[in-house]
Ligand binder design. Structure first.
Ligand SMILES: CC(C)(COP(=O)(O)OP(=O)(O)OC[C@H]1O[C@@H](n2cnc3c(N)ncnc32)[C@H](O)[C@@H]1OP(=O)(O)O)[C@@H](O)C(=O)NCCC(=O)NCCS
Length: 177
């Protein structure tokens, strides 16, 4: 599989087919799936949504997506999901690396996220990408499962973040990734 990443900022740059595939992924991986417009709003003007396409057969079928936003000087990962039939082929890591690269570009000091305490697959992925545990939120998820807070510090390429949205934005996504 050959995966290409594309960043999108508004609904206009998402084709109908991509939107359908993205929402199917959202429904398959989230207890409370969000609409595309809500996902775009959650990442906000200081955020990014990355689409991962399998371009090996020329069709460019969407196989995963990830989203994040800049809150003050940290990038918060909102979503990271790969089609269940396409996992363990490097797409999750490619998306995560894409988000980390974007975070470096915007001058963030760190990338942070919440992961379910029982989500071993994602935790392995994050550990391999240099994330370490930075806390725990008891009963963070609607079903009562704890969240682990993970962080990967970044070496800043620029002196300050290119944007400075309010830290309050971080509280707007229910459930985290
Ligand atoms: C987590 C997720 C995004 C990983 O996507 P993926 O495309 O399978 O990940 P990759 O193929 O890039 O895996 C990279 C590394 O992560 C780790 N990993 C991924 N899936 C794993 C699993 N099921 N068990 C153990 N380790 C796993 C491995 O170290 C893997 O490297 P390897 O295949 O060389 O051993 C995918 O399983 C998913 O969409 N899960 C449901 C949604 C979710 O949990 N998102 C994260 C929320 S915090």
């Amino acid at each position: 599989m050959t995966v290409m990443l594309q960043s999108v900022r508004d609904a206009g740059s998402v084709t109908e087919r991509d939107a359908e595939a993205l929402l199917a992924l959202e429904a398959a991986t989230q207890e409370r799936p969000l609409a595309l417009a809500t996902l775009l709003r959650e990442s906000g003007p200081h955020g990014v949504i990355l689409l991962a396409r399998d371009v090996s057969n020329g069709e460019g079928v969407l196989v995963g997506f990830a989203s994040a936003r800049l809150s003050v000087d940290e990038v918060d990962v909102i979503r990271l999901a790969v089609d269940a039939d396409q996992r363990r082929r490097g797409t999750g890591r490619a998306l995560l690396d894409g988000l980390v690269g974007w975070a470096e570009e915007v001058g963030a000091a760190a990338v942070v996220l919440e992961v379910r305490a029982g989500n071993v697959a994602a935790q392995q992925l994050y550990a391999a990408a240099g994330f370490t545990q930075d806390g725990r939120r008891p009963r963070y998820y609607p079903d009562g499962e704890d969240a682990l807070l993970l962080r990967r510090p970044l070496v800043r390429r620029t002196a300050t973040p290119t944007t400075t949205p309010a830290r309050a934005q971080r509280a707007t996504t229910a459930g985290g990734v």
